[in-house]
Design a protein around this ligand. Sequence first.
Ligand SMILES: [Fe+2]
Length: 210
Amino acid sequence: MLYKAKKFDLSGLKGISDQTLEMHFKLYEGYVKETNVLQEKISAILKDGKVDQEEMPAYSELKRRLGFEYNGMVLHEYYFSNLKKDGGGDPKRNSSFVKEAEESFGSYDIWKTDFVGIGKMRGVGWAICYQDPTTGRLSNHWVTLHESGNVAGYTPVLVMDVWEHAFILDYKPAERAKYIEAFFSNVDWNVVGERVLGPAAQPTRRSRAG
Ligand SMILES: [Fe+2]
């Protein structure tokens, strides 16, 4: 087995029930399992050292599914890891995250407006704040399903699942804003801060436009 599902101790979150989390952990475990299954099937095709013409349709489908299952696994790990019991509140004003948010957006509040705005977008996917490791800039993105919209090489810093399964046991489909509020009341800002590279770790910090 290539990957093992991780365990997350998150019971007692504010506004996200244990029942939701248990269901969500099961879904996550499904992504881990499917990632392993796909890798095994791909390995079996590669075993004889070639991808035959008649294997190509199956091989192509397995590879396409891999992007969905793999990102489903990894994004859930980021998501569960950036939540904690008794988390939430605002990040510390002098934290590396807030400094980068101010540099990239003008203020933490504008960063948050953008991130929350993405979270409210119609459709199934994720709101993700990434850091560009080259410039240090934070950048918020919408990711459709699990795999469309991830920026290559960027580091996920704060990851919010906005598929309906993330909140449907606790809120109505039209109440996504309440779930987003609940999400923010449980963010582990220490973990988020650890994901952010400080200026010293960005030796080539520069504008991409330059
Ligand atoms: Fe999810």
